[in-house]
Design a protein around this ligand. Structure first.
Ligand SMILES: [Zn+2]
Length: 316
């Protein structure tokens, strides 16, 4: 009989989550604790992961010999082939051989991938991308994470993962956190939308965009501009149109390069549903190479939410 369980580790800058999954991708048990990455060595954090993996196995009463493998999803520059976290600002790690260290502790095979890759893998196999051959996912958050799954396998381009958030959409454009200028995420992440919304609201205090902040610009979030635009606020409408054009431009590039069957959007902004997806789809369909003559990927909201990273790590 085959090995029946998979373990996923979602190693984030804030929390470590460890989940044990059945063969049908349903979750059996999950454990979570704070990462506390700063001020602690990678050895201490790997010890925590090892303790959590062993305790989740013990709690569920599953035999260790029934575990197929343990997968880790981590933020940053990852070399999945050697099992090394090359660099991660969120974890304060450089050149950490997490796979060999953890394998030694738990005596089970361990795999490693970038967290955005884990999310797209889970969505392609068990989420909104199920049934499609080539699935691309973009997570609109602090930055933009992205990846592609082709025929059930992560599309890999050598060491490291795809950095769709850092494709340049404007030469000499806005500064990005990576040090370059004009990156996709400097225009189309949630952070970028909020930055531009704050500027537009401050610039016109008669706008609904400003009034919805109730006198405090820090009340601005990724939802306020959509609410204001939907209620007809001209300032918010211009802002959202501009946001859609940047997001749409990145998506047109992704479609022209990869021709995926579907593009899934994750992160808080994707909760805007049709307010986002309808104008975005119109924008993209007009601009993709060969337009309506070609097959143009559907754009849909991802469905697994925060659990995508955990399940995707298990599916590695
Ligand atoms: Zn960048």
């Amino acid at each position: 009989m085959g090995k029946r369980y998979l373990i996923g580790v979602d190693l984030g800058g804030t929390n470590i989550r460890v989940g044990i999954f059945r063969e049908d991708n349903s979750i059996l048990n999950v454990d979570s604790k704070k990462t506390n990455a700063f001020g602690r060595s990678s050895k201490e954090i790997i010890s925590d992961i090892s303790d959590m993996v062993l305790s989740v196995i013990e709690k569920t009463g599953v035999s260790k010999s029934d575990i197929q493998s343990v997968g880790i999803g981590a933020p940053g520059l990852i070399d999945g082939r050697t099992g090394v976290v090359k660099f991660s600002g969120n974890l304060d790690w450089a050149d950490v051989a997490v796979v060999s260290d953890l394998e030694e502790k738990i005596s089970m095979p361990v795999k490693l991938a970038n967290d955005a890759d884990c999310a797209v893998l889970a969505e392609a196999i068990a989420g909104a991308g199920k049934g499609y051959r080539n699935v691309c996912m973009l997570t609109l958050g602090t930055g933009i994470g992205g990846g592609l799954v082709s025929d059930g396998e992560l599309l890999k381009s050598g060491p490291g993962s795809m950095e769709l958030g850092h494709m340049v959409i404007s030469i000499c454009g806005k500064e990005c956190t990576c040090g370059a200028r004009g990156c996709f995420e400097a225009y189309a992440s949630a952070t970028a939308l909020i930055r531009d919304a704050k500027a537009a609201a401050t610039n016109d205090e008669t706008s609904l965009l400003w009034r919805l902040c109730e006198g405090k610009i820090d009340n601005m979030n990724g939802e306020v501009p959509f609410v204001a635009a939907h209620k007809g606020d001209e300032v918010a409408k211009i802002l959202i149109d501009s946001y859609i054009s940047y997001l749409g431009t990145g998506i047109v590039n992704v479609i022209n390069i990869f021709r995926p069957d579907i593009i899934l959007l994750g992160g808080g902004i994707s909760n805007q549903g049709d307010y986002l997806i309808e104008p975005l789809t119109r924008y993209v369909r007009k601009r993709v190479f060969a337009g309506e003559r070609s097959y143009i990927a559907e754009i849909k909201k991802a469905s697994l939410g925060d659990d995508a990273g955990l399940l995707g790590a298990a599916l590695l």
